[in-house]
Design a protein around this ligand. Structure first.
Ligand SMILES: C[N+](C)(C)CCCC(=O)O
Ligand SMILES: O=C(O)CCC(=O)C(=O)O
Ligand SMILES: [Fe+2]
Ligand SMILES: [Zn+2]
Length: 449
């Protein structure tokens, strides 16, 4: 539905209608102070309906007025003094580079027209002043003039605190870690499809908690695709646009059997594994088939604390993954991944682990083989502790959405009957598209403050 031309154009208006309410709801829960903390009580019972209280939708900054500006010519910095007494510094080069005038910016695309070859990275300034409408105006030595909005400048302040706040607003990297006591955030499928407030709360919880359960979907194929269109588009893989999890003859994947699946992330055989996974239950088995999830980042943090050597091993050794077969088309994949990926700042970024597709090719020197197995075993043992595992049983019409870069999921073996064959439909998305929709939904909330 969101793909139709009409719906695309209608979207902003539609979002505006619900946004004031959403904003109120988002205010109800204080912003958490740390990445890895216990779930605040307002999050454990995320009923995205009614008086949902999800935290931190990055509230608009208080309006800021400029008291004074001056050029520090020696340092080639412009100093802004704010009404509240605070100060911000902006390099001349950065200011010239980011001139917002129509010559320097293609306003219809909000993109820079100014070429690097035309940027003088040693520029001085002629005049800096505060305008009557509280903007900052700069006249450059060639008499080109730039005018900067106060709030625009404030958000781009280079102080560590301002930079951190801006990055959190853009990427929402704060996470709530959880264990078996998690009550999985739950929302209504139809509300998420039709109500922007519900959609925003869904995506915020998906980002922070890593898993959101949706109830009330029709128990028929096509729902994961519909939900993906709510965001933008889904991620095609060799298993198809969407894929059917069923016990299949000559299965091309262990997921397509009735066997037990140990905790895994999907598709480590792809170097860029899908960020988000949807699974929709169309039919459940007569016996077994329960789902299990663990918070992979929380597990990795526990491993780092309890067994730093194993953590070092899993964050440094590259393991081969492989996947060969035919589905959407024929495939012969190979990848090399650390089972635990950390980013440049040492923060947990991704878990890559599916024991079924871990290759028999193990590109390690002999003496590292046994330490590798020891480290992996330590990680798996932590994941299997009952206090870390959340178990649930999907019923027809239930749809689970989760962070495939963070959670590991599993399934208990099951027994189907010919008249009641277990059937889930799945789809993948990537975080870029999900975060894009999240930011749009949130910005519409702000427009209506
Ligand atoms: C087959 N499918 C798409 C359900 C799961 C693939 C996950 C994997 O093999 O890593
Ligand atoms: O059958 C299930 O419950 C989960 C299947 C699964 O993990 C998968 O398809 O990747
Ligand atoms: Fe899976
Ligand atoms: Zn300009």
């Amino acid at each position: 539905m969101w793909r139709s031309t009409f719906a695309r154009f209608a979207l902003p208006a539609l979002q505006r209608r619900t946004s004031a309410m959403a904003c109120q709801a988002l205010r109800a829960c204080p912003r958490p102070g740390q990445a890895a903390g216990p779930l605040p009580s307002c999050l454990t019972s995320v009923q995205l309906r009614g008086q949902q209280t999800l935290g931190s939708a990055s509230l608009p900054v208080a309006r800021q007025s400029v008291r004074h500006v001056r050029a520090l010519d020696e340092e080639r910095l412009m100093e802004v003094e704010w009404e509240d007494g605070g100060h911000s510094l902006y390099p001349f080069t950065w200011l010239r580079d980011n001139c917002q005038c129509p010559l320097c910016t293609l306003q219809s695309a909000q993109a820079r027209k100014l070429l690097m070859s035309d940027l003088d990275i040693h520029t001085g300034v002629d005049v800096v002043e505060v305008t009557n409408d509280n903007k900052v105006s700069i006249v450059w030595p060639d008499q080109h003039t730039s005018v900067f909005d106060a709030e625009w400048l404030k958000k781009r302040c280079f102080s560590p605190a301002a930079r951190q706040a801006m990055q959190e607003e853009l990427f929402l990297n704060e996470r709530y870690y959880w264990d078996s006591k998690l009550r999985i955030p739950t929302a209504d499928y139809q509300e998420v499809l039709h109500d922007d407030k519900a959609a925003l709360a869904w995506l915020l919880a998906l980002r922070r908690v890593g898993i959101v359960y949706l109830r009330g979907a029709p128990a028929e194929q096509g729902q994961v695709a519909r939900l993906a269109e709510r965001i933008g588009y889904l991620r095609l893989t060799f298993y198809g646009h969407t894929w059917q999890v069923q016990d299949k003859y000559m299965a091309n994947n262990v997921a397509y059997t009735s066997g037990r699946l140990s905790h895994h992330t999907d598709y480590p055989a792809l170097h860029f594994a899908p960020g988000v996974q949807f699974l929709h239950c169309i039919n459940q088995a007569v016996e077994g088939g329960e789902s299990e999830v663990v918070d992979g980042f929380h597990m990795a943090e526990q491993l780092q604390r309890e067994d730093p050597e194993a953590f070092r091993t899993l964050t440094s050794l590259h393991v081969d993954f492989t996947d060969t077969g035919t589905d959407y088309c024929d495939f012969m994949l190979q990848s090399k991944k650390c089972i635990i990926d950390v980013d440049a700042e040492g923060r947990l970024a991704r878990i890559n682990y599916n024991n079924a597709t871990r290759d028999s090719v193990l590109d390690l020197p002999l003496h590292q083989v046994q330490p590798f197995y020891r480290a992996l075993k330590a990680f798996v043992n932590i994941m299997n502790r009952p206090e870390n595992v959340v178990t649930y049983r999907m019923e027809p019409g239930d749809l689970v959405t989760f962070d495939n870069w963070r959670l590991l999921h599993g399934r208990r073996s099951y027994i189907s009957r010919p008249d009641r064959l277990r059937h889930l439909e799945g789809a993948y998305l990537d975080w870029d598209e999900v975060m894009s929709r999240l930011r749009i939904l949130r910005s519409c909330v702000h427009e209506n403050v």
